[in-house]
Design a protein around this ligand. Structure first.
Ligand SMILES: *Cc1c(COP(=O)(O)O)cnc(C)c1O
Length: 218
């Protein structure tokens, strides 16, 4: 399973090169471990990787609850949609919640963070394509959500997006970067296995990479 370690090293090199070429700091790799076998997760950990992404709370609990105690320096990111009634579980497990997209969820997270006394950082997921089915706050509703988060004391580090499948992702990456700059937000989560280089060129501070780290999902 040193293959996984090699993949991470190669991806880091690619990311560093693109970031340097475009005058950005190197983006971090959120290794997306959803639906991956246990031995591959352990291989990534053995290779020293500590930042992982999951898109479901329950699956994340099953995969990471025990490993959390063995690896206290883990940084777990929730990258999938979150139901308000799972906010408590999410706050208990994750270090970064990338998918805040509505006021009710922001309120629930704030309450849980206070109650549990955990430090959890948040990103707001932006529906850059204004797709009707997609989670994420619409671009025109982002300022109101951001100021609400500020008012309730929810720490928002930045933004994330998942571009529409049928459009060039670069357009959405450029838009997300532009919004983040306008709103004075540092963290920008964009880019996956197929388009992370474009995302890094356009200013991603973290990329969410699954298959290029672990291989195809089950
Ligand atoms: C699964 C997933 C990824 C990783 O996708 P790959 O193409 O395997 O790199 C990234 N972001 C989100 C939100 C995902 O759900």
């Amino acid at each position: 399973m040193t293959q996984i370690g090699d993949n991470i090293i190669r991806l880091k090199r690619q990311i560093d090169a693109v970031a340097k070429e475009h005058g950005h700091k190197a983006a971090q790799i959120v290794a997306v471990s959803k639906q991956q076998p246990e031995d591959k997760i352990d291989a990534a950990l053995a290779a020293g990787h500590r930042m992982f992404g999951e898109n479901r709370v329950q699956e994340g609990q099953e995969r990471w609850s025990a490993r959390r105690t063995r690896f206290p320096d883990l940084k777990l990111h929730l990258i999938g949609p979150l139901q308000t009634n799972k906010a408590g579980d999410a706050v208990a497990l994750f270090d970064v919640i990338e998918t805040v997209d509505r006021i009710k969820l922001a309120d629930a997270l704030r309450t849980e963070i206070q109650k549990q006394g955990r430090t959890v950082r948040c990103l707001i997921q932006v529906n850059t394509g204004n797709e009707t089915q997609k989670s994420g706050v619409r671009v025109d509703e982002l300022p109101a959500l951001l100021s609400h988060c500020k008012n309730i004391g929810l720490i928002v580090d930045g933004l994330m997006c998942i571009p529409p499948v049928d459009e060039p992702s670069a357009l959405h990456f450029a838009l997300l970067k532009k919004i983040a700059v306008a709103e004075n937000l540092c963290a920008i989560s964009m880019g996956m296995s197929g388009d992370f280089e474009k995302a890094v060129a356009l200013g991603a501070t973290s990329v969410r990479i699954g298959t290029a780290v672990f291989g195809a999902r089950n």
